[in-house]
Design a protein around this ligand. Structure first.
Ligand code: C2O
Ligand code: CU
Length: 474
């Protein structure tokens, strides 16, 4: 049996068990509401795999990653988060267009959940697709310690595949005894590429193989839950089709250069036809960082005969669109957003707490990045932009730094309409857009979800060191 299938199943079992045992007063809740409790607590998990010992982690539901949450599109969910960590936390439902009060941003949309306390999140999931959840309180440490999980919203009619698998990819900085290195948020990580680790896991574990069967078609949901690592995945001798980005359907297409690039927080749903023969083995490589390529896992074909005759080329269907408002680009209001700071940057000063301060003062406060000249401390500040509800906007994002930044907007999905001045081929809907050094991109959306929404870099060390702001929709 496929190891990730087993994992997925035990993960699903985890949710059911939690809902049943810790479970929740179903009272006053309609039939269509799914309820579950998610406990955030210290735990132990076998991250590096034998012969290494297990690792002290922080986790949801006693496991890393946390239980995979599954609901149907349009379904309502009630999640009671119970905090048994030694510090405050919150949970953010990354990519799900929730009402502002359910967005999980400490001090901005809710008070953080104190140790021993609970918070009830309840919302409807308007879009089908692959999402994830993680704390938004000191996330550069809490996510790194293992607090994250997949959140799948199923289409009304499931895609016709043999298996639907999730790979939550993570990157850990482990010591020789497999413990997590405690140098969170050190100035070097913060001012360069963020915290890169030395151990990459699929669903919380270093894996050697994904057992597959010749002829089967797999829908693979890739989630990058790493603090800072960018993945560039190549499936040797296989031809993946990208069918969704950040949960949102896209015209099925082969990845550019045959490589699926995912910055932190980004997702891709791919369709993978197992065109190899029984007994064969193929590598899945991560080739993003030149000189640091490595084998992520092998696709290992079992000996069973193919499920269907090979070489019949099969079409890849387009997923049904989600109910997103189409931006009116011709009449959209435009704004520029400039990302600055970091090592090898030109930033000499920035606005902190409303006044201009020099780089030394910024660094003294743990800040090295800025958006439009403002280095954000904490989650509450003057909005970067105030947008009028239901109007269309085009934001031009300009990366004026020597580092990549996956920029994430809460509460909305947006189209990426241009990249370095050229129109994008698929005008993909996403919630996170990756800007490599000195790149620019135009994003377009309708500001249709009222509230104060975070807009930040999802390299969590960059976020913690100032690359964060709020966009207000009134
Ligand atoms: Cu994935 Cu502001 O978060
Ligand atoms: Cu960044």
């Amino acid at each position: 049996m496929a190891s990730s299938l087993v994992t997925r199943r035990s993960v699903l079992g985890g949710v059911t068990a939690l809902a049943a045992t810790l479970g929740l007063d179903g009272k006053a809740l309609g039939r269509a509401t799914k309820t579950l409790t998610l406990v955030a607590a210290p735990g132990r998990s076998l991250v590096a795999g034998a012969p290494h010992p297990d690792t002290a982690v922080w986790c949801f539901g006693g496991q890393v990653p946390g239980p995979e949450i599954r609901v149907r599109q349009g379904e309502r969910i009630h999640v009671r988060v119970e905090n048994r960590l030694p510090e405050e936390t919150t949970v953010h439902w990354h990519g799900i267009r929730v009402p502002n009060a359910m967005d999980g941003v400490p001090h901005l949309t809710q008070q953080p959940i104190a140790p021993g306390e609970t918070f009830d999140y309840e919302f409807t999931c308007p879009d089908a697709g692959t999402f994830w959840y993680h704390p938004h309180q000191r996330s550069h440490e809490q996510v790194e310690r293992g607090l994250s999980g997949a959140f799948i919203v199923e289409e009304a009619v499931p895609m016709d595949v043999d298996r639907d698998l999730t790979w939550l990819l993570d990157d850990w900085r482990l010591m020789h005894d497999a413990s997590i290195s405690s140098d969170f948020g050190n100035m070097h990580d913060v001012s360069h590429s963020g915290r890169l680790g030395n151990t990459v896991t699929i669903n919380g574990q270093v894996r050697d193989t994904l057992p597959v069967r010749a002829g089967e078609r797999i829908r693979l949901r890739l989630i990058n839950a790493a603090n800072a690592r960018i993945f560039g995945l190549e499936f040797k001798d296989h031809a993946p089709w990208i069918v969704a980005r950040d949960g949102q359907p896209v015209e099925p297409h082969a990845p550019e250069d045959g490589r699926i690039v995912l910055g932190p927080a980004m997702r891709a749903d791919i369709v993978l036809d197992m065109d190899g023969r029984p007994g064969e083995r193929f590598q899945v490589l991560d080739t993003f960082y030149q000189g640091f390529e490595y084998r992520l896992v092998d696709l290992a074909y079992g000996d069973e005969p193919p499920t269907r005759p090979s070489k019949i080329s099969r079409s890849v269907p387009r997923l049904p669109a989600n109910p997103l408002s189409e931006p009116d680009i011709a009449h959209a209001r435009r704004h520029e957003i400039v990302l600055g700071g970091g090592m090898m940057g030109m930033m000499r000063s920035a606005i902190m707490d409303g006044r201009t301060v020099d780089m030394r003062t910024l660094m003294h406060n743990g800040l090295v990045w800025a958006i439009n000249g403002v280095a954000a401390k904490g989650h509450v500040h003057e909005p970067l932009l105030t947008l009028e509800r239901n109007r269309s906007y085009v934001l031009e994002l300009i990366n004026d730094t020597a580092w990549p930044h996956p920029m994430h907007l809460h509460g909305h999905s947006f189209r990426v309409v241009s990249h370095n001045g050229s129109p994008t081929r698929h005008r993909e809907w996403v919630d996170t857009v990756l800007l490599h050094r000195r790149e620019r991109a135009e994003i377009a959306f309708v500001a249709d979800n009222p509230g104060d929404w975070m807009f930040h870099c999802h390299i969590l060390e960059h976020q913690a060191a100032g690359m964060m702001g709020t966009i207000r929709v009134t």
